[in-house]
Write a protein that binds this ligand. Structure first.
Ligand code: ZN
Length: 444
């Protein structure tokens, strides 16, 4: 029998524009969907008390490299080449078991801070996707491809980019019946994978009906080199290669040039906006207001813990609304509600075409409960503004994905958090003791 859950007497954020107070929301883990949303019904004894809580759609992390949580703090204040050398020096020593441990650590952090799903580019296979299914989060997973002959994760697997290209369709087929998993192609970037391989990815993704996730126009140097070498921006090359014929997720897009904004809008591309990572690595500030007014779809991402160092999307949510005010001197440039919409609906659409990122009867029960019984929760005022400007992941008390509770009253239910932390810490000690910093231009 499907397990029914009811949260009563609560405030429900349906979406960025609609809030219902004194409400009940009910859902079941069988269908994974919301079955009731309306006034609290009397006589329910088996319900969760939702007073002092806001129930809201869960956040979606549209760009990251979860397993790199093991590299948190590897390089915090250095220039980009030094950061890359420090990170890559550790990463080349990461075994498959290390990747699993880093993924588990990231999932624990994401669940705790209100994230219900994530779009990821790293090493992905049946075992790792199985770990996500067990943990209960939604994922759109792309194995990074750095070049046809390049081995991305040498201590974890011997496979090359060409091998990844060949196996991706089979991996997607193996998880086709799993409603929380979607598999994508992940060419890392033009400056690593090259035009020829990316054109192959475009043909295969069209053939297989799979999404593509890529880094484009992250740094000014990347864009200048692209224009100097090919006469086209990285975004223009993505269109030329056919990547925009299907569903494309572009990470960063900090430095659009020419008609790049129009290209992204017309092609229906989702940009993963990563304001913290872009600032921390000195990449710059993406022109978010220009994207939004130009009709570009936008989701929010943390990027990896190696360049953030947190996976708490509430930080991105607040910063995404504030940064454009600083660059345009217009406090109305991006509202808190708009930022909330990017973190929920914007990300959900990138995660899976059938997700709306809103709460309504028939929609997936992907939701968080945020405590308002804290000093910063008083006065409550506009719940969406509270979520956008006065909430951190630490205020999240409960989290459900497809109706399944992954965090209940502050406790993780699908991961042994103490064991995950201890395992990760032990592995980081070993990695740091054996690391060999090297210069490598393959990662951003
Ligand atoms: Zn990235």
């Amino acid at each position: 029998m499907a397990q029914q859950t009811r949260i009563v007497g609560t405030t429900v954020v349906v979406d960025a524009d609609t809030v219902v107070t004194d409400a009940e929301i009910a859902f079941d883990a069988g269908s994974g969907r919301v079955t009731y949303l309306g006034p609290t019904r009397p006589g329910r004894v088996d319900s969760i008390d939702g007073r002092d809580r806001i129930v809201a759609p869960g956040l979606v992390n549209t760009h990251g490299h979860a397993a790199m949580s093991l590299l948190r703090g590897a390089s915090d204040d250095a220039d980009f080449p030094s950061w890359l050398a420090a990170v890559r020096g550790l990463e080349v020593g990461m075994t498959h078991a290390d990747v699993r441990a880093g993924l588990a650590l990231a999932m624990a952090e994401m669940i705790r801070s209100g994230t219900v799903g994530f779009c990821d580019m790293y090493l992905w296979d049946e075992t790792l996707l199985g770990d996500v299914v067990s943990a209960g989060l939604r994922v759109n997973a792309a194995t990074a491809i750095f070049g046809a002959d390049a081995v991305g994760y040498p201590a974890a697997t011997t496979e090359t980019g060409a091998d990844v290209l060949h196996r991706t369709a089979a991996l997607a087929a193996a998880f086709r019946g799993e409603r929380t998993v979607r598999v994508s192609y992940g060419p890392h970037a033009f400056y690593t994978a090259g035009d020829e391989l990316i054109a192959k990815v475009a043909r295969r993704s069209s053939r297989d009906g799979l999404d593509v996730h890529i880094h484009l126009s992250e740094t000014r140097a990347e864009v200048r080199a692209s224009v100097a070498d090919t006469g086209r921006s990285p975004i223009g090359r993505a269109v030329d290669a056919g990547l925009t014929d299907g569903r494309l997720l572009v990470a960063h897009a900090v430095h659009p040039v020419g008609d790049d904004v129009g290209l992204l809008a017309r092609a229906g591309v989702t940009v993963a906006h990563n304001p913290v990572s872009n600032l921390k690595l000195g990449a710059g500030i993406a022109p978010l207001a220009e994207y939004l007014s130009g009709g570009v779809r936008v989701g929010l991402g943390t990027d990896s813990a190696a360049s953030n160092n947190s996976l708490d999307l509430f930080e991105e949510l607040k910063l995404a609304a504030l940064l454009p005010r600083g660059t345009t001197l217009d406090p109305a440039a991006v509202s808190g509600a708009t930022s909330w919409r990017m973190a929920t609906a914007g990300g959900a659409a990138a995660l899976h075409p059938e997700l709306s990122g809103r709460l309504a009867v028939g929609e997936p029960a992907d939701l968080v409960m945020v405590g308002t019984d804290r000093a910063a929760g008083v006065p409550l005022g506009d719940p969406v503004a509270l979520l956008a400007f006065a909430t951190t992941g630490a205020a999240v008390t409960d989290l459900f994905v497809a109706g399944r509770g992954l965090l209940r009253a502050g406790r993780l239910t699908t991961l042994d958090e103490a064991a995950v932390r201890a395992d990760a810490a032990h592995r980081v000690d070993r990695l740091r003791a054996t690391s060999h910093p090297e210069r490598d231009d393959r990662r951003s």
